[in-house]
Ligand binder design. Structure first.
Ligand code: 13P
Length: 274
């Protein structure tokens, strides 16, 4: 999916879903837009829903969609959890050992990838440290990825996608992020490995366009979905005091999540590519 995106000069959006409703809404949005999409699950979500129970509904829903869908495990620091998701039917896993010393990061990623390969599962790796909070994983400061280290990591681990820390961050931005556009461009030009940008929520449209122009092919969106989901619930409940209709509540929230997803698909150029 990402190799196609790179060739087609667009990016695939990867949304961190939280449950059946948000998964269903993201799939509906992708189908509406005829767009490929990546469904991501954080480790916290996987644990909260139970890995096997999540796979039991997410896998068939992804397969039944009329557009290409990849089921991906986001930021996983736990080798056993990566292995379990490989066994349970995820298409790809992000093994995040970026907090380890560089040589150990390479070695740990190699181990995860060699198991993933036996299951036909792709691996995304991280170099440098992406700041902010993504569910259970928090880093106060960015440690930017270096070009040489990242190229070496790609070569030695043979990961199918690379997430270099380029200055974006998880969660809401308090100021304007200083993004290393050069690094994104050089990595995308010099390596065939698709470049992933984390921390999509809150970036300006022009920034997304520039990142995609430079060759970024997967862009992660999590906080925007959480906000759309929770704000929609709050809005519905506040406007409908005195009535109890969970299905209407779900319908309202679903529409709000779809309305959040669609503009990203259009902006990233993946609309119409499926
Ligand atoms: P945001 O929460 O900033 O959108 O980041 C998402 C992300 O990168 C998930 O890995």
């Amino acid at each position: 999916m990402l190799v196609r995106a790179k060739k087609g000069e667009y990016a695939v959006a990867a949304f961190n879903i939280l449950n059946h409703l948000t998964l269903s809404a993201v799939l509906k949005a992708a189908e509406q837009e005829r767009s490929p999409v990546i469904i991501q699950t954080s480790v916290a979500t996987v644990k909260a829903l139970d890995p096997a129970a999540l796979a039991a509904f997410a896998r068939p829903m992804a397969d039944a969609a009329s557009v290409p869908v990849v089921l991906h495990l986001d930021h996983c620091q736990d080798v056993a959890m990566c292995g379990l998701c490989c066994d349970l039917g995820w298409d790809s896993v992000m093994f995040d050992s970026s907090h380890l010393p560089f040589e150990e990061n390479i070695k740990a990623t190699q181990e995860v990838r060699s198991y993933a390969q036996t299951k036909g599962v792709d691996v995304e790796g991280e170099v440098g440290i992406i700041a902010g909070t993504e569910d259970d994983i928090s880093h106060e400061e960015t440690s930017l990825a270096g070009y040489d280290d990242t190229m070496r990591y790609i070569k030695e681990t043979e990961v199918e996608a690379i997430a270099p820390a380029v200055g974006t961050a998880h969660g809401l931005y308090s100021g304007v992020p200083e993004i290393q556009f050069d690094l994104v461009g050089r990595l995308a030009a010099d390596s065939e490995c698709p470049v992933v940008v984390h921390g999509g929520t809150g970036l300006e449209d022009a920034v997304f366009r520039k990142l995609i122009e430079l060759g970024a092919t997967k862009i992660n969106i999590s906080t925007a979905l959480k906000l759309a989901y929770v704000n929609a619930m709050r809005e519905y409940i506040e406007e409908n005091t005195g009535t109890v209709n969970p299905l209407k509540l779900d319908g309202f929230v679903t529409e709000k999540v779809i309305a959040m997803v669609v503009p990203f698909l259009k902006l990233f150029g993946s609309s119409g590519q499926a």
